[in-house]
Ligand binder design. Sequence first.
Ligand SMILES: [Zn+2]
Length: 167
Amino acid sequence: MQYKTHFAGGALLTLAVIQHTDIAAPDQIVPFAVAAMIGSVAPDIDHKNSFISNRLKPFGFLVRRTTTHRGATHSPLIIFLFSLLMYYGLELAGFSSSAYAIASGFFIGAISHVLLDMLNTQGVPLLFPVPKAKRFRLARIRTGGLIEKVIFIVLTLFAFQFLLNMI
Ligand SMILES: [Zn+2]
């Protein structure tokens, strides 16, 4: 999926989570949402020309040296562990008031990424790092194709609907 579809899907899931759960306290909604938007494109740091790796070039280079595309960074377990690490890192760095909102936001955004990538033919390694585990997919949509454009529009409309309900 393209980064804008991931942003739209991330925004939709983030707004739904904010509206239906207590995960982000009212004063933590902004850090939660910003972290979720970054999380929604973060897994593609393993791809050379992705939105995120073009912005974090040295980090993307390092990730690509250690993993294949749609490998570890698309694994729910790795995403969870990374978010946990982020939480403790932020706590240690003195950002304890926003640590939970940022780490949980990042987690929600990155999970929305994995869910959307499951609509592509390549699928995602949900059970990584289990050896020889199969990849999971829900559909065979081509990245950047017409169906993805329709999905982008539908996700955006639903996200706006949630936004309007909140104000
Ligand atoms: Zn991806």
